[in-house]
Design a protein around this ligand. Structure first.
Ligand code: HEC
Ligand code: HEC
Length: 186
């Protein structure tokens, strides 16, 4: 009797400890963001190897409700609320996965460069589009996600950074599609 109680307590303790680890919580994210860092659905962003400060800020924006998504909002607000910083550091330390996206065709690259040079996107996202701390890496990101999120900045569906929205307003919808193809292929 005593022995089985002890074993049950031990098991309960072990389960709680297991469920508490960041690895266990990060496994929840893998369902959408990819167990090996490559999302199955290309409108879901890569978070492996993304800059930690940026990951943290986005998580916080989903928690505050300034950025909204029917999948991310409940996860950030209810499931792993206390873990934003630890999860940001966990995913930032992973290697960026390759999507295998081809380099943009010349027409797309040319159209993209007109907008990129006129806005000087690289003044913030840096020369190779790797970003830094709270500025996101864009190089090699999922093309469909890039196109969607830039469109969201434009329409106001993504309103957590008015500065990015203002900048994207100076870019035409066609240029935006070309930019997504260009960045995805970097
Ligand atoms: C049910 C699917 C799903 C799950 C589970 C999920 N995410 Fe997401 N996540 C998404 C989608 C979809 C987006 C893009 C939302 C949008 O279009 O604005 C996103 C966006 C993000 C972003 C913003 C990335 C960027 O480039 O702006 C971060 C950070 C993030 N998720 C972290 C996490 C973490 C950490 C977990 C686990 C605790 C997690 N997600 C679990 C679907 C999911
Ligand atoms: C003044 C600095 C600045 C400039 C210039 C700038 N960005 Fe950004 N960009 C940011 C910041 C900061 C964010 C993060 C926004 C947030 O808080 O969610 C961002 C976010 C983005 C994202 C979302 C990434 C993700 O993972 O969701 C895309 C795409 C993007 N920028 C594209 C561009 C393009 C294309 C240009 C040029 C046309 C550009 N940016 C110019 C600062 C800048």
């Amino acid at each position: 009797m005593l022995r089985s109680v002890a074993v049950a307590a031990l098991l309960a303790g072990a389960t709680a400890a297991w469920a508490d680890t960041i690895e266990e919580k990060a496994a929840l994210c893998g369902a959408c963001h990819g167990e090996k860092g490559l999302p199955e659905d290309p409108v879901t962003p890569i978070i492996w190897g993304q800059n930690a400060g940026y990951l943290y800020l986005e998580f916080r924006d989903f928690q505050k409700g300034t950025r909204k998504d029917y999948r991310m909002t409940p996860i950030a607000q209810y499931v792993v609320q206390q873990d934003a910083l630890a999860l940001a550091e966990y995913f930032a330390a992973k290697p960026w996965p390759s999507t295998g996206a081809p380099s943009a065709a010349k027409a797309d690259k040319d159209a993209a460069m007109v907008a990129i040079n006129s806005v000087v996107c690289t003044s913030c996202h840096l020369e190779q589009f790797q970003g830094d701390s709270s500025i996101p890496r864009l190089a090699g990101q999922e093309r469909d996600y890039l196109a969607k999120t830039m469109t969201d900045f434009r329409t106001g569906a993504r309103a957590n950074n008015p500065g990015m929205s203002d900048l994207i307003h100076t870019v035409t919808p066609d240029q935006l599609i070309a930019i997504a193809a260009y960045l995805a292929g970097l």
